[in-house]
Design a protein around this ligand. Structure first.
Ligand SMILES: Cc1cc2nc3c(=O)[nH]c(=O)nc-3n(C[C@H](O)[C@H](O)[C@H](O)COP(=O)(O)OP(=O)(O)OC[C@H]3O[C@@H](n4cnc5c(N)ncnc54)[C@H](O)[C@@H]3O)c2cc1C
Length: 302
């Protein structure tokens, strides 16, 4: 623990905001998760590089946190450091008439809004995905037949040894909810996105339409981590779960959403263990009754 305290003091000395035993439930859209030993908010590259290289030297695990919208964090919390990007990593700017650059901490919605304001089309599908730009690149987030991989041209990250590295197309290994970053321990810090000229009002109308579809189908009024499972080939997870009569099935404070069976919602006071038990029930039932194995999309932490 002394080790951790010293690491926290080091990060604070670099100008970072450091919290000890910070409840992760405050930083996840599920509103679930116990304390992180240290929770560090970083606002520029140089301290981030120093934090990564020091953690690497000392063997302190670092978990890069985005907006916490695809996470199920253990009730016991996270050992080591959770590092998140602060306001210094949230800017978006134009770098050519059709390309923009954003900090990885920028909310994806703000990047979509920026693209619309500049009459750039290609990100409308992502409007309403509640992640950060970095989290979207890590997850290769997508919706309505598109993924962010179609637009990303380059991404810079701080590697676990503290080096800053830029990847370009051909290096991302993007697949369905998959990227090269899942095999690395790094923090994505910025992204470049290539879009096309469009008509602002038409872009806005498409965004409004897609958001309305989300609101009508998804239980956005309750805490969740979005779709718990990946889409199994040839099926929809929600439809299979509904077909097995699991809508509304409850474990403690966690329940299969009545509105969209692909979502598990926190009805209040759900623990990570409640959600894990419910996931197991769903997976076992769906496998037994339909022969389809459901794989989790949500990332388990701690
Ligand atoms: C209501 C709701 C609707 C959703 N709808 C969709 C949808 O339509 N499509 C979709 O794809 N997803 C959807 N999601 C899931 C989620 O929003 C996306 O996966 C999103 O991309 C996660 O981004 P995040 O910043 O919240 O990442 P987090 O949840 O914080 O982290 C997810 C993973 O990314 C890693 N990560 C995050 N930021 C960085 C970084 N800067 N550098 C390195 N690694 C990082 C984390 O370590 C973790 O492993 C939905 C979630 C909710 C709650």
């Amino acid at each position: 623990m002394k080790h951790i305290q010293e690491f926290g003091s080091y990060a604070a000395g670099l100008g970072c905001e450091v919290l000890y035993d910070e409840q992760m439930s405050r930083h996840t859209t599920f509103r679930i998760g116990g304390p992180a030993d240290i929770f560090i908010t970083v606002n520029s590259i140089s301290p981030l590089q120093k934090i990564y290289s020091r953690a690497f030297e000392e063997g302190i695990p670092v978990f890069p946190l985005g907006n916490g919208s695809d996470l199920l964090v253990a009730d016991a919390g996270v050992r080591g450091a959770v590092v998140t990007l602060g306001s210094g990593f949230r800017k978006t700017s134009l770098i050519s008439d059709t390309e923009l650059e954003c900090g990885a901490g920028a909310p994806l919605s703000s990047v979509c809004g920026f693209a619309k304001e500049h009459s750039l089309t290609g990100l409308e599908f992502a409007w309403g995905i509640p992640g950060s730009a970095g989290g979207a690149a890590y997850m290769n987030a997508g919706a309505y037949g598109h993924t962010v991989s179609e637009a990303i041209t380059s991404c810079s990250h701080v590697a676990k040894n503290g080096q800053c590295v830029t990847f370009t197309r051909g290096q991302f290994d993007f697949g369905y909810r998959q990227s090269v970053y899942m095999k690395m321990e790094c923090m994505i810090v910025s992204l470049r996105v290539k879009l096309k000229h469009g008509v602002k009002d038409e872009i806005g109308a498409r965004m409004d339409d897609l958001l309305a579809r989300r609101k009508s189908k998804q239980p956005l009024e309750l805490p969740s981590a979005g779709s718990i499972f990946k889409r199994p080939e040839g099926h929809f997870a929600g439809a299979l779960i509904q077909q097995c009569g699991l809508k509304g099935r409850r474990v403690g404070g966690a329940a299969v959403s009545e509105k969209h069976a692909g979502f598990i919602v926190n009805l209040g006071g759900a623990s990570c263990d409640d959600v894990r038990r419910l996931i197991e029930i769903i997976q076992d039932t769906v496998l037994r009754e339909t022969g389809v194995r459901l794989e989790c999309e949500v990332k388990f932490v701690g």
